[in-house]
Write a new protein. Structure first.
Length: 443
């Protein structure tokens, strides 16, 4: 982090930390804004992460003046898609390149590292009721920064060509970032927006910072006043899911439990040291699996919560509270059932035990019984789960097998392939032998 001078200029940091095309995009935003008689700033998490030395391409622009008009202009110049939300005074540019309109308007090449750019009109917010969504009206960059959640998120970098890189820090965010402190900007912050309680915990644990003493008191107060219950379940779920998307979600979960916030939003969750350790290992297994099979989607957040849901009642109640789908609920119940069995020896029994489970449940089970270095478990996910017999139902039908006997035969073929490495010929022989007694049974 650079040492503080006044006014601090971050142009050099921007140049060092970002690819040239991103930097020129930012410069162009500033230039076009200035030509339109308005001033553009990069704000929020972008500034925070740059100062922390972990730059992000998730860039939020705030404009003192009409942000939507600037976004429209840039979308024309760069020939990129635009979505406008008039009510919130915001717009988003999407870098799905359009066909150039004519040979004389080439598609942009300078901004290809970005996939989107959010542009908003600087605004003030008014909260008509606690925890309600705010009413917004245009304002100065200072008003816009003062309406934010924490000092470390309330900084801006000026993009105007004459002031490019200048840090705007009215709330002391730079100092708090240096000291590792999460601090709200005013006493009503959590009353206006109780989701900030989750955000405070998320940032504190992500950066190894500390929630400042008064801010912590305000959190406790908000909890005692049951402010969280004023939030819709959707908004709570959204925040909880964002926490579960953190690199190590066990840290914020432990902290939420310590602050006695979890019992308010999800009394079903049982947070013990042992269960958090299970969650940590689930995270490791999910990471391991995602690396091996990037094309297979996982419901990571739900998988991470399963170690904290100890009973059928807990799974049912949590699923209902947050209106999860039937498949999630069933995944939780299937896991509880499968947990009752011991880890088998033969590969065919592994497959019988685990293949009926959704992947998420199988990975949570793996985390309960092993670490991701466990070669046997790895082999299950890499190989056994996907192994199919080398013969098909058609082969069995051709030998006169029908009905349920076919699936019995195929299962036997798979078992002998997995356990003994039998070839197709042997698999057919075993399948026919096993299917035989079922031939006379009715379907
Ligand atoms: N913000 C706020 N209050 C909220 C949510 C957001 O003041 N309840 C402001 C903060 O200034 C924040 C910015 O809006 O920096 C953008 O919000 P978001 O995208 O949620 O967070 P990021 O700062 O980008 O952080 P993260 O790394 O968690 O995405």
């Amino acid at each position: 982090m650079p040492s503080q001078q006044k006014p601090l200029n971050l142009a050099k940091e921007l140049q060092q930390k970002f690819p040239a095309e991103v930097l020129s995009t930012l410069r162009e935003v500033g230039k076009v804004a200035s030509q339109m008689g308005v001033t553009a700033y990069a704000v929020g998490g972008f500034v925070r992460d740059l100062l922390l030395g972990t730059p992000t391409l998730d860039i939020d622009i705030v404009v003192e003046g009409n942000g939507i008009a600037l976004a429209q202009k840039l979308s024309q110049i760069w020939q990129v898609d635009l979505t406008v939300h008039e009510r919130f005074l915001t717009a988003t540019l999407h870098w799905r390149l359009k066909e150039p309109k004519s040979a004389s308007t080439p598609a942009p090449t300078h901004a290809c590292a970005l996939s989107r750019l959010d542009i908003a009109t600087a605004r003030k917010e008014r909260y008509p009721n606690p925890a309600a969504l705010p009413e917004v009206e245009p304002a100065s960059i200072f008003d816009d920064l003062w309406r934010r959640d924490f000092t470390i998120n309330a900084m801006a970098i000026c993009l105007d060509p004459k002031r490019f890189g200048e840090l705007v820090d009215p709330t002391g965010g730079f100092n708090d970032l240096r000291q590792g402190v999460i601090r709200v900007l005013h006493k009503r912050s959590f009353v206006d927006d109780p989701t900030r309680i989750f955000r405070a915990v998320r940032y504190e644990q992500r950066f190894d910072f500390e929630i400042e003493r008064k801010t912590l008191q305000l959190i406790r107060h908000a909890r005692n006043e049951s402010l969280l219950t004023k939030l819709s379940r959707d908004r709570i779920k959204h925040e909880l899911w964002r926490i579960l998307q953190e690199r190590d979600p066990t840290k914020p979960m432990r902290r939420l439990s310590e602050l006695r916030i979890l019992p308010v939003i999800a009394p079903e969750l049982c947070v013990t040291k042992k269960r958090l350790e299970w969650m940590r290992r689930t995270n490791e297994w999910l990471n391991w699996f995602a690396e091996k099979f990037p094309e297979k989607p996982l419901e990571r957040e739900w998988a991470l919560l399963l170690p904290l849901l100890p009973t059928v009642e807990a799974v049912n109640s949590f699923s209902q509270r947050y209106q999860l789908g039937e498949s999630e609920r069933e995944c939780g119940l299937a896991l509880l059932k499968a947990l009752k069995r011991r880890t088998p020896k033969r590969p065919s029994n592994w497959v019988r035990w685990l293949n009926p489970l959704p992947l998420e449940a199988a990975l949570v089970l793996a985390a309960k019984r092993s670490s991701p270095n466990d070669l046997l478990w790895q082999r299950y996910f890499l190989e056994w789960r996907w192994t199919r017999p080398d013969i098909t139902g058609e082969d069995l039908k051709a030998c006169g097998i029908a009905g349920r006997a076919i699936s019995v035969g195929l299962q036997a073929a798979l078992a002998v392939k997995l356990d003994e490495g039998a070839d197709a010929h042997k698999q057919l022989e075993v399948a026919l032998r096993r299917a035989q007694p079922y031939r006379t049974l009715r379907r």
